[in-house]
Design a protein around this ligand. Sequence first.
Ligand code: NAX
Ligand code: ADP
Ligand code: K
Length: 503
Amino acid sequence: MKIYSTKQIAAIDAFTIENEPISSIDLMERAAGELCKCILEKFPEPISCKVFVGPGNNGGDGLALARMLAENKYTVEVYVLQISSHLSADATTNLQRLKLLGNIALFEIDAAEAIPWIFPDDLVIDAIFGAGLSRPIAGFALDVVNAINASEATVVAIDIPSGLMGEDNSQNNRKGIVKADITLSFQFPKLAFLFPENEAFVGDWKVLSIGLHPDAIEKGKTPFKMLSRDFVKNLLMPRKKFDHKGTYGHGLLISGSYGKMGAAILASRASLRSGIGLLTSHIPRLGYQILQTAVPEAMVSIDRSDIIFTEYPDLSQYKAVAIGPGIDKKQNSFRAMVDLLKEVKVPVVIDADAINIIGEHPELKEHLPMGSVFTPHVKEFERLVGESKDSYTRNCMQREFAQKHSICLILKGAYTAIACPNGNCYFNPTGNPGMATAGSGDVLTGIILSLLSQGYPSRIAAIIAVYLHGLAGDLAAEEVGVEALTAGDIISYLPKAWLSLKK
Ligand SMILES: NC(=O)C1=CN([C@@H]2O[C@H](COP(=O)(O)OP(=O)(O)OC[C@H]3O[C@@H](n4cnc5c(N)ncnc54)[C@H](O)[C@@H]3O)[C@@H](O)[C@H]2O)[C@@H](O)CC1
Ligand SMILES: Nc1ncnc2c1ncn2[C@@H]1O[C@H](COP(=O)(O)OP(=O)(O)O)[C@@H](O)[C@H]1O
Ligand SMILES: [K+]
């Protein structure tokens, strides 16, 4: 699914109105119908509902929805905020329609004293501002936002919580944004929904299809996309009857150190569970028996050091290399990494301390192998790329870094973002908070190495791996729950994740 900016969505609205064709008031009616259907499903018992309406089309949606909820036996009170000299044309029409209905309490409010008391069991509909918000909320509208946020009522935001910008909130006033429990967004999610600091405003979001024109949706260009099962499934390469292990490549995994051999085991196992033909795990000497026992399918290459990474084997036989899980960042490891980065000619997955080493030695950024895949979490990202105070800015930095260095830069978390050398950025919907547990990142590194070794291009390997990793985590969480979930469980559910993806 594409993720468009609010400006682009307005253009798609306009295209739909002109080319479906449909009048804007009928499109609003269709949108409100979808809102009403969804609210009736979520709150089947009629309840008391307070609808706060602003001057634009978001307010128009709220007015149309208020009428529909009243027709469905909800007790509805509508509060039209007097913050602009005029209402949009469609909001005006819907206000008239509402007045004709006659049985709805309608209040025009313009001062803090007029804001009603909001009861804990009220349902608040936030229709103050939508995608047309042009500056942070101030004045009387801010008083209303504060009253909504101070209440214990359940809040449903129409299209986007009032006060939240669709993309860039770096200059916004975070105290002037409605904190919704549920956001019902038209046709597309907004980019801002995918950023952690906006969770308190957006709550659970759901996309409602309002039948915007497929040609406009198809034609539009945006760097942002949400991964879907079908999209990922179509990237998979079939296995052929006469294929042999050579067909699926030989990968080199450099991982583990004294006290962190588990990282090597997890990444090795994940790699082998993701279709790699042959795997060599390069580890410090002390890990030899551990790895041979825990992962008999892997071959082992032994470092001269007992406890850390200081050298690597001849690279000529490998189709891909991964480095980082549990390697630590001692001086000798840094030296070996400098040599590796200069010599390697195949795609490299760079994770964990390998990222930190590059962060500490910025000169290494000039030697990043083209087509390599970086897998930082936020802290590692900051060491590699730089600090930022909000996710939108971080995302801009991420895409810029990926393009500049021709690499894939995966920023891990909920909605893991994959920035590609061509400027595209994919967000991943799979995964759950149960995966916030030691070693889950090592599992991801193993999967990416596996796919690169099989010949998937870096961008595709990153996409499949991230989606599959989250899917395995979701399947695991269904069985073991989020608290008990371990990184090992993600590996155990990789077989089911593969099967589910290919279904
Ligand atoms: N155009 C269409 O066909 C459709 C639009 N829809 C709705 O329309 C919304 C967008 O409508 P609008 O473009 O009218 O935008 P809004 O409803 O967000 O309101 C914009 C109005 O508020 C004013 N404004 C912006 N920021 C302000 C601030 N901080 N303080 C005070 N006033 C401010 C603007 O000058 C403008 O008058 C969407 O979010 C969605 O809810 C839906 O009905 C679906 C169809
Ligand atoms: N709340 C969450 N929702 C979805 N995925 C998550 C969540 N928390 C963590 N993950 C995933 O788990 C993995 C954690 O990786 P990382 O932080 O490197 O862990 P470790 O260093 O312990 O291996 C990432 O792939 C991340 O996307
Ligand atoms: K809103």
